[in-house]
Design a protein around this ligand. Structure first.
Ligand code: NAI
Length: 327
């Protein structure tokens, strides 16, 4: 039988954790033949709640769940980790300045990057979900110098899935008929969901919708969907975020379909003028467990302007954490 894959989840007692762990344990993260051992990392106050979730995981009697360890020690949590889902983060609370938020998260993602560097398995794959996801991923990556930089990724898959849902409703086509949906830039309100390269029935999505809808409805609806969910639900997106995390890792491990691509925050190699080293969302394909940025796409002035604005924001966040001594 195959050896279990070690999957570390931080923030395991949070609301995304609650939606995510059962999907991982049921085999949806890696594939239905791969046993998993879960490592749950929480802060001391939340360890008991994580233990409660672990009791429920046991009670599901998942055939693929090989074990669960719970800890408040990052070194232990990442020791031997093959996949790490960094979900736990410090949310912005009232009166908190952006610098305070970045600093509080630096206090989380720096030691976690160090722990990954010290003990994770050679094939470690890291997905950062906790916000600000791109910059948190950058902080962790910079503190894991022995791990190839491309193993650190940030989640924009939820934005992509939201874009698919909006376009599917607009054109009355199933999501399965939409290919090559891309989110560019930062996982924030400046993100750019790109309909000029998305395809529906062999034609670009952009030519099948009105330009006003694209610019004035589609983009803002996708970019502000998180706030709309909070407004409606009284809590931030959780099950959809967990589902997107599953999609991201599944594609990373199992590869993207021929003739399609997905998007993810990955370390820039300078492609499309995005400064090298920034963790920015790009169109990507996955082959043999590695992401590759899709090359050679033409960007018109509209797309170029949107991407540049989001990338500028990423550069500002990088400069802010550098100034705080976090990278
Ligand atoms: P939550 O507040 O319900 O749970 C967060 C959990 O993280 C808590 O249980 C907390 O104790 C834990 N935690 C805090 N610091 C930790 C540390 N140092 N180590 C381990 N655990 C720690 O939050 P929720 O709703 O689960 O969201 C988690 C994060 O995901 C937030 O930052 C949220 O903004 C982000 N998010 C990102 C999305 C994306 O598309 N990238 C979408 C939705 C949410």
């Amino acid at each position: 039988a195959q050896a279990p894959v070690n999957v570390t989840v931080t923030g395991a007692a949070g609301q995304i954790g609650y939606a995510l762990l059962f999907r991982i344990a049921s085999g949806q993260l890696l594939g239905a033949d791969t046993p998993v051992r879960l490592r749950l990392l929480e802060i001391p106050q939340a360890v008991k709640a994580a233990e409660g979730t672990a009791m429920e995981l046991s009670d599901c009697a998942f055939p693929l769940l090989a074990g669960i360890d719970i800890t408040d020690n990052a070194k232990q949590a990442f020791d031997g980790a093959n996949v790490a889902l960094l979900v736990g983060a410090r949310p912005r609370t009232k009166g908190m300045e952006r610098g305070d938020l970045l600093e509080a998260n630096g206090g989380i993602f720096k030691p976690q990057g160090e722990a990954i560097n010290a003990g994770a398995a050679d094939d470690i794959k890291v997905l950062v979900v906790g916000n600000p996801a791109n910059t948190n991923a950058l902080i962790a990556q910079r503190h894991a110098p022995d791990v190839p930089a491309e193993r650190f990724t940030a989640m924009t898959r939820l934005d992509q899935n939201r874009a698919l849902a909006q376009l599917s409703a607009k054109l009355s086509v199933p999501v399965t008929e939409i290919r090559k949906m891309t989110i560019w830039g930062n996982h924030s309100a400046t993100q750019y969901p790109d309909l000029f390269h998305a395809e529906v029935n062999g034609r670009t999505a952009a030519e099948q919708v009105e330009r006003e809808w694209l610019a004035d409805e589609f983009i803002p609806t996708v970019a502000k969907r998180g706030a709309a969910i909070i407004e409606a639900r009284g809590a931030s997106s959780a099950a959809s975020a967990a589902s997107a995390a599953v999609d991201h890792v599944y594609d990373w491990v199992n590869g993207t379909a021929e003739g399609d691509w997905t998007s993810a925050g990955v370390v820039s190699d300078g492609s499309y003028g995005v400064p090298e080293g920034l963790i920015s969302s790009f169109p990507v394909v996955s082959k043999n467990g590695a992401w590759q940025i899709v090359q050679g796409l033409e960007l018109d002035e509209f797309s170029r302007g949107r991407i540049d604005a989001s990338v500028r924001e990423l550069a500002e966040e990088r400069d802010a954490v550098a100034k705080l001594g976090l990278i």
